[in-house]
Structures are given as C-alpha cells and as structure tokens.
Write a protein that binds this ligand. Structure first.
Ligand SMILES: C[S@@+](CC[C@H](N)C(=O)[O-])C[C@H]1O[C@@H](n2cnc3c(N)ncnc32)[C@H](O)[C@@H]1O
Length: 229
C-alpha cells in the first residue's frame, strides 16, 4: 500500500468510528475530553480558541467561492458554513468515508449551497484562481505531500484570496510531540515532516501577504492573503 492509500485507510476507520473522532474534535464526552487532555493538553476553551482562530479570517458576509480541504466529517466546518448562506462552498477530502458524514451533516442542517468531491489536495481538480477563500483545518499534518498541497492551494486561490486554517506543529509541547511520533504517526493519521510555528510563518510570508500566525498549544492557526498582483 502506498502512503496515500495508508492514510486513506487510517481515516476510513475514523469515519466509521466518527462519534469518537467528533467528540475529540469538539471536546465532548468522557473520551473526547480525555483524548484532548492526554494528547493535546487542551481543555474546552483551548479547542474553541484554535477553531475560532482558524476560521475568523472569513468575513461574516462572505459570498464568494470557498474551498474546504480536507472537510473530514465536517464536524468543525459544517456548523460554520450554515452562517454563510451566500457563499458557494466546495468540500474535498481523500476519504469518502469521512466525507459521507460531512454530507449527512450538511443535509441535516439544511445547507444547500455546498458540494462534495473526493480528491487529493496534491492534485486539485480545479482551474487556476478558482476560489476566493480556502480553508484547511487539521489537514497539513495528515497530507502525505505537503509541498504539493501548499502549491495546489496557492494555484487555485484567486489573487487577494484568503487562505486560513490550523494544524499540528512540532516543538510547542514535548509530551504531545512524543504521542504524535509514537502513536499518531504509527497509526497513519499524521505524516511528517511537520512544521514549527516559525517555519510556517516563514513559508507563508514567502508566498502570501497579511500573514497572521499564532498557536494554541501544539496547534498553529494561520490566515493570509494571496498577493493582489
Ligand atoms: C484530521 S482530519 C481533519 C478533518 C477536518 N478538517 C477536521 O478538522 O475535523 C484529516 C483529513 O485529511 C484527509 N486527507 C489526508 N490526506 C489527504 C489528501 N492527500 N487529500 C485530501 N484529503 C486528505 C483525511 O482523509 C482526513 O479526513
């Protein structure tokens, strides 16, 4: 099995057991809270803080073309998309299993301005400069070819478009770093190399403007704009 297939397989199982995954992402229930504390040293406030920072660059009245990659089960983004009735939203993920949950969630919430597509962030099936905004929550620590992912997101973003999101960075918490290395990487959920807060800042400053990078424990949150010219 190649690396992409291994990752797809790992997230297929999470899609099935999505209640545990979703609880972890939202810090709800005993299991969710325990994982967040043990792995991430985070409480509910930390979770809400990083998730809010990952999305706050999108204006409240956003009405353009928006890509989310990867959507996963949509546990974080679908409730947010409900607040953007005038946007044209496209969600993409490598795992059909995870994405099926996101589709169900969007249907349950009555969101109509949204479509879903299975695909690879390293080879996005869109024309250059197609989107006014790209959101990527908790994706870059999973993507197998991160350079291709950065390049592709840049390519499909319109000039002056917003790129925002969050993901795991190494070097902020030794305990979290050890669990990522010894458990998450072995299970196929996370794939090195991992950014640090500093390396991400430098990378984004080299590609974008209005770069804002901050972290909540081992999760980095970022927002930037593609240059106008
Ligand atoms: C940790 S989940 C994050 C999902 C969601 N954004 C969230 O915050 O809950 C990582 C997701 O990345 C997806 N993924 C991994 N490699 C990918 C690739 N090459 N292209 C698209 N999605 C990919 C996985 O299928 C999985 O759904």
């Amino acid at each position: 099995m190649n690396r992409k297939e291994q990752i797809k397989e790992a997230y297929r199982s999470l899609g099935k057991a999505n209640s545990v995954y979703d609880r972890m992402m939202t810090g709800s229930g005993l299991i969710g809270k325990a994982i967040d504390r043990i792995v991430w040293c985070m409480n509910g406030e930390d979770l809400l803080e990083y998730q809010a920072r990952g999305l706050e660059a999108i204006p409240k009245d956003f009405s353009g073309d928006l890509l989310e990659v990867p959507v996963g089960t949509g546990v974080l983004s679908i409730p947010f998309f409900k607040t953007l009735p005038d946007a044209k939203i496209t969600c993409l993920d490598y795992s059909e299993q995870m994405m099926k949950k996101a589709e169900q969630r969007a249907q349950e919430q009555g969101i109509k301005n949204i479509s879903f597509m299975q695909g690879d962030v390293g080879s996005l099936p869109f024309e250059d400069e197609s989107f006014d905004a790209v959101i990527s929550l908790n994706g870059f620590h999973a993507f197998p070819d991160k350079e291709a992912a950065y390049d592709e997101i840049f390519r499909v973003l319109k000039k002056n478009g917003i790129f925002t999101g969050c993901f795991y960075v190494k070097g902020e918490n030794r305990h979290t770093d050890r669990i990522i290395k010894n458990v998450y990487m072995k299970l196929g959920f996370f794939t090195p190399p991992f950014e640090t807060v500093g390396s991400l800042k430098e990378r984004l400053k080299g590609m974008y403007e209005e770069v804002d990078v901050s972290n909540v424990k081992s999760i980095v949150c970022f927002a930037c704009r593609r240059k106008k010219i």
